[in-house]
Design a binder for this molecule. Structure first.
Ligand SMILES: C[S@@+](CC[C@H](N)C(=O)[O-])C[C@H]1O[C@@H](n2cnc3c(N)ncnc32)[C@H](O)[C@@H]1O
Length: 213
């Protein structure tokens, strides 16, 4: 059984969104870090955590592959942030009705229960408020899955791309949503598209950063 299949089964009960193909993609990029020996340990960042389905999957891979690295999981867990920008009214109503405290507590509890706490740094804030905490070209793997509005998705790619290493990976969620079209164009102009998946109303793309900033 492949690591991605084991991990996918292990996060099946976690609320949220994770395509099997995205789990395979995490397996590919984390496995690619495995034999690399560097002075500074590799670093991964996730923007948009919710109940932690994709963050827990990544942490399980870090643990299974025994990679000396951390995932910084960033989410403000607030309706206010989820409603920023221009989103579909139905999407806004859905987020307005959610219990963000429950999502955050569930995530933190699962990290403890699964022995994953040491692999994950949890930052409760909007991603744009955290970006300057990172040096340019520091991040090896960036998963962008925050607010999907045109304004916020564009801000996420523009602000965070300089923080990814040359040769680093960026996984952008729901690239098949019309609201992501500007962000997708920006990524296409500045990175190499490695893989694109569109299924079940969801999707994602995997990019590799092609040049230094
Ligand atoms: C689609 S969900 C993330 C799903 C999650 N990755 C999973 O595996 O199920 C989007 C998340 O983005 C968060 N979010 C909204 N605005 C944000 C911002 N400015 N910075 C970081 N996260 C944000 C929301 O609170 C929400 O939890």
């Amino acid at each position: 059984m492949k690591l991605s299949e084991i991990v996918f089964e292990q996060v099946e009960t976690v609320p949220g969104w994770l395509l099997k193909s995205k789990c395979e993609c995490f397996d590919d990029v984390y496995s690619s870090l495995y034999p690399v020996v560097t002075v500074t340990p590799p670093l991964a960042v996730e923007i948009g955590v919710w109940f932690g389905k994709s963050a827990i999957a990544q942490a399980l891979m870090i643990k299974a592959l025994r990679i000396d690295m951390q995932l910084v999981a960033i989410d403000p867990w607030s309706a206010d942030a989820a409603l920023d920008g221009t989103n579909d009214p139905a999407n806004d109503r859905w987020w307005q009705a959610q219990n963000f405290e429950e999502a955050k507590s569930y995530f933190e509890d699962e990290l403890k229960l699964r022995g994953l706490r040491r692999f994950v740094n949890v930052w409760r804030d909007k991603a744009e408020n955290c970006v300057n905490e990172f040096e340019d070209e520091r991040i090896d793997i960036l998963h962008i899955d925050g607010n999907h509005s045109p304004e916020q998705s564009m801000a996420d790619v523009m602000l965070w791309l300089p923080k990814v290493k040359k040769g680093g990976y960026i996984i952008l969620d729901d690239t098949n949503w019309p609201s992501l079209s500007d962000a997708v164009r920006y990524m296409g102009d500045n990175c190499v598209l490695m893989k694109e998946v569109s299924e079940e109303g969801q999707g994602f793309a995997l990019y590799r950063k092609s040049k230094a900033w």
